[in-house]
Write a protein that binds this ligand. Sequence first.
Ligand code: HPA
Length: 266
Amino acid sequence: MKKTIKYIKSKINVAPEIGIVLGSGLGNFADNIEDRIEISYKDIPNFPVSTVSGHDGKLIFGKINGKDIVAMKGRIHFYEGYDMKDVVFPIKVLAEIGIKYLIITNAAGGVNMDFSAGDLMLITDHINITGRSPLIGPNDDSEGPRFLDMTNCYDNELIAMADDVSSKMGLKLQKGVYMYFTGPNYETAAEIRMARVLGADAVGMSTVPEVIVARHRGIKVLGISTITNMGTGVLDKPLDHSEVVQVGQEVSHKFSKLLTDIVGVM
Ligand code: HPA
């Protein structure tokens, strides 16, 4: 970690308070970052590099709406075969850099029957059905508590603020609970029905490990999902990764505008 931070700090002279994890398809938000300094993950000592297509990896420091931010373009997923520790390493790096807020985005499948592909959903809470926590193992008490409280995990004030920003834009946002599956296979139709019974509104393969570590470090979290498709079995057609990517790209314009306005009032 020391080498990692030393390298990053040798490239920048800012200390952004806002970190943003960009899910697939949010490339055009990344393109709007001003006064940018880009650092490829592959050049950063100890930084894990993603293998999924559509997730080219770099840290981008710069300004959005006048505010200093650091964005992660591309993230590591547990299903790639990495250890949980690697999945959350970038979030620990952002914590060391000193972020106070994390805006985390993802693509997700809709479980709530009132949702449709193309909706954006504010994450109000999550269910970690995988049984895996990135906090398993020895705890460093200087980083955070052994037994982490998960109350207000997705910060209520940030949710209210995002709600306000979206109504001013005239954009309807869904709200709901995100259930984390490891993937990489999509869920079965039975798993989607289970998710619904258990109180999930959306399902996805990321975010939860990163959010747990961010909360462990006392970082306030805002989570937003793009509902790229309805979960398996909801509609009478198979899921297709290329369609997921395509819907993500189709909504990226409104998503980028929302993120930009949200950062503006943070
Ligand atoms: N399931 C899990 N992850 C996803 C989905 C899905 O249906 N769509 C996008 N990411």
